[in-house]
Design a protein around this ligand. Structure first.
Ligand code: DGL
Length: 257
């Protein structure tokens, strides 16, 4: 049985990459909703429909767990999906809590990058208001970064200028951590670390998500100790070129990290 990863596009590959490193024996299926990417600038209802359609297809594979490797899809659809399907479904949310903990003693601020739709949700506002008792969090939507990523523009002056422009309103000496709250964004961790002052740490949810996934599989005695580890690539549009794009994106991550 395989472990399924789902995202609107290439973003979830940043989480798949982490899972492949930690569980090299497992077989994976990766599904990108290429017919509807990007999600982050669409309406809640549209995204809920697209996620349900995608999961209906994914579930036809023999899978033992499903990772919603997309913060936007998680915030919109995870509760609904858990009502429909019996298999373990692991979601993602921006790593605001660990980021606040990391900065509690220094009093430094936390900058959260995510899609507009994630940041608009009550789920996100509640998460922040529950843990940000000192008002240390600033949130910035980066929808264009998803487009750069989908076009495999992973570095270069255009990306540097984009980040500099988005960071310009902030006094970065007062910040301790940047949270990448969209799975497309960790493709830019390295370039971002060169732009940010060296004291700022960058965190994303992939390690925590994979820890959680492994725990769930271990608890049900489903972690494999033998096997070659394959990835089956799937997308919602009939697009062979996109399969190549996905393997290129994975190869990019394997070279930068
Ligand atoms: N990768 C997704 C996320 O983690 C969404 C990107 C998009 O489709 O806008 O939020």
């Amino acid at each position: 049985m395989k472990i399924a990863f789902f995202d609107s596009g290439l973003g979830g590959i940043t989480v798949l990459n982490e899972a492949m490193k930690r569980m090299p024996r497992e077989d994976f299926v990766y599904f990108a909703d290429t017919a509807h990417v990007p999600y982050g600038v669409k309406s809640k209802d549209e995204v809920l429909t697209f996620v349900k359609q995608s999961v209906d297809t994914i579930i036809q594979e023999e899978i033992k767990a499903l990772v919603i490797a997309c913060n936007t899809a998680t915030s919109i659809a995870i509760a609904e999906l858990r009502k429909i399907y019996q298999i373990p479904i692991i979601g993602m949310e921006p790593a605001v809590k660990p980021a606040i903990e990391m900065n509690r003693s220094s009093g430094k601020r936390v900058l959260v990058f995510a899609t507009p739709l994630t940041l608009q949700q009550a789920k996100y506002r509640e998460l922040v208001s529950r843990i940000d008792d000192m008002g240390m969090v600033d949130s910035v939507p980066l929808p264009e970064l998803v487009q750069f990523c989908e076009n495999l523009i992973m570095d270069g002056p255009q990306i540097v200028d984009y980040f500099k422009d988005k960071l310009d309103p902030f006094n970065l000496s007062t910040f301790g951590t940047v949270v990448l709250g969209c799975t497309h964004y960790p493709f830019y961790s390295q370039i971002l670390s060169q732009i940010l002052p060296s004291h700022i740490q960058i965190v994303d949810g992939s390690k925590g998500t994979v820890n959680h996934l492994m725990q769930v599989l271990q608890d049900s005695d489903q972690l494999l100790s033998t096997g070659d580890g394959h990835v089956k690539w799937m997308c919602s549009s009939l697009d062979d070129a996109y399969i190549q794009k996905m393997t290129k994106a994975l190869a990019f991550l394997q070279t930068v990290k």
